[in-house]
Design a protein around this ligand. Sequence first.
Ligand SMILES: C[S@@+](CC[C@H](N)C(=O)[O-])C[C@H]1O[C@@H](n2cnc3c(N)ncnc32)[C@H](O)[C@@H]1O
Length: 215
Amino acid sequence: MGLRRLKRVPLEQLQPCLLPLPEPGAVFDWSAVFGNGRPVELEVGFGKGGFLVAAAQAEPLVNFVGIEIERALVLYVAGRLVRRRLGNVRLIHGDARQIVARHLPPDSLQAIHVYFPDPWWKRRHRKRRLFTPEFAQGCVRALKPQGRLQVATDVEEYFTEILSLLHGIPALKPVERGRAEAVTSGPCSVITNFQRKALQQGRPVWRAVFEKCQA
Ligand SMILES: C[S@@+](CC[C@H](N)C(=O)[O-])C[C@H]1O[C@@H](n2cnc3c(N)ncnc32)[C@H](O)[C@@H]1O
């Protein structure tokens, strides 16, 4: 993924945006991380940060956390956040499959955004995929009751598989589903880098929103 050359922000100025993993066996304490008790939303695989940056600007009273496996992208997006003085975002470098399974406090997130999850959508790449039954269960555990899991992809076959996975989880109910010109409602009216590319190239984008049922 090519990164635009931006004037480099020194690493020490990026540090406040970067969130180290907790000790093994421990979960994040969002109030301690952000210094307030505002709602928290997670984006998994934020890429160049199109969604995170725009959503954090649009919703200053919401805290955003992003997980990204590529360190270069984490540093790139941290630079974007520092330049815009956005204090309501923290970035975690690591594999979301492990972080979601091990380190998210239960019933703690208002929303989880997974947009254009990964390049491993083919059946033969199943082992490398982000969206597995374990990942989906981890997301459900971390959502608050009525919290939302929002998914978009331009791969229809993958979308169908994700839908059948999520429909099979009794704690989730479908709220919206369909083709998107733009991801709608709330901070998700924001278009991601991959979504922009897909729409520019005339490829359809598929999106779905599921809500966690009340306990
Ligand atoms: C196709 S890009 C989409 C980026 C962005 N969400 C967008 O819509 O523009 C997928 C992103 O997910 C990241 N990713 C893939 N697997 C991951 C994992 N297991 N944990 C964290 N990030 C992951 C990739 O590094 C990449 O940045």
